[in-house]
Structure formats: structure tokens, C-alpha cells
Design a protein around this ligand. Structure first.
Ligand SMILES: [Zn+2]
Ligand SMILES: [Zn+2]
Length: 161
């Protein structure tokens, strides 16, 4: 691959192509959105994962979504969780949203965090009717493991029936 001068700093040579506009930017100008750093992003969008962006595309199209992601993660960590059997406490809350679902999670904690994150992406700080189930799955014949799936309903506890 032939290297061209970076279109942003006009200094370094590069062959890194922006996933969006396809301009070439060098390693220090480009912004990488890797799957490892944004592990929950796949829950709502695959569009940005494992891609590289030039500074202008990042600022115009990506940075808002990254900011929203980071805010949702903070919200998700502090989310209020009510189980299915807490109906006496949550029965007065109006359900506006449809239930959200996650599956193929490695553990109960991960399933819960993913549910919380999905709710937070919609702007909610509370989930009710939370239900988590472990399923036995066999991988490669003999090896058995548990994968978790779950569902919950994102709610605003201030909105009553
Ligand atoms: Zn550059
Ligand atoms: Zn670009």
C-alpha cells in the first residue's frame, strides 16, 4: 500500500483510511473506536466499532455518540433495579417502554449491566420486572457452560399509573 501525506496535519505519511469519508489520516490524527474499549456499544450499534475515523468525521459524526455512550455507562452503573417479584413496589409505575432483552451473557452481572446500559441509552435510570435466567449450553460437545439472558422494562418512577 502506498503511503500518502496525512490530510489533517500534512506532516506524517500514512495509509490509514477513514471509515467514513475515506480520507487518509496519520496514526496520531486518526481516532480509533475499538470494540474492547466500548464493550457495551454492540448492544445498540455496531456502526462505530473497530473503525478508524479522521478528525473531522469524528467531530461531526462520532463524538456525540461516544459522549452519549459514556454518559449512559455512568447512568447504567447507578441504575435502580427492581425484580419481577417486587410488583408491590413497582405496580404503581406506568410502563411506557417495551421490555428490553439481552442474551448470550457470560454471567448474571454482565446480563444485568447490559440491561441497565440499554435502559440508560434510552435515558432511563430505573428498570423493573427484571428477570435473569441461566441457560445450559454445550460448546464443542462435552464442554458445558451457562449463558445468561434477561429482560426488564425501563421506566421513569415518577410517571405513575
Ligand atoms: Zn496527521
Ligand atoms: Zn473522515
Amino acid at each position: 500500500m502506498t503511503k500518502k501525506t496525512c490530510g489533517s496535519c500534512f506532516k506524517n505519511k500514512t495509509s490509514l483510511r477513514c471509515s467514513d469519508c475515506e480520507d487518509l489520516s496519520c496514526k496520531s490524527c486518526s481516532i480509533f473506536v475499538d470494540e474492547y474499549e466500548f464493550e457495551y456499544m454492540a448492544q445498540f450499534s455496531q456502526d462505530l466499532l473497530d473503525k478508524v475515523f479522521c478528525p473531522s468525521c469524528y467531530n461531526q459524526k462520532v463524538s456525540d455518540q461516544i459522549q452519549k455512550y459514556n454518559e449512559a455507562l455512568v447512568l447504567a452503573k447507578n441504575i435502580n433495579v427492581y425484580d419481577k417479584d417486587q410488583g408491590s413496589e413497582t405496580g404503581i409505575i406506568k410502563k411506557i417502554e417495551k421490555p428490553i432483552h439481552v442474551k448470550d451473557c457470560e454471567g448474571e452481572k454482565e446480563a444485568l449491566m447490559k440491561l441497565a446500559f440499554l435502559a440508560a441509552m434510552k435515558g432511563y435510570d430505573t428498570i423493573i420486572d427484571t428477570h435473569l435466567v441461566a441457560e445450559k449450553v454445550s460448546r464443542g460437545g462435552k464442554y458445558r457452560t451457562h449463558l445468561w439472558r434477561g429482560s426488564a422494562v425501563p421506566v421513569d418512577p415518577k410517571i405513575r399509573k
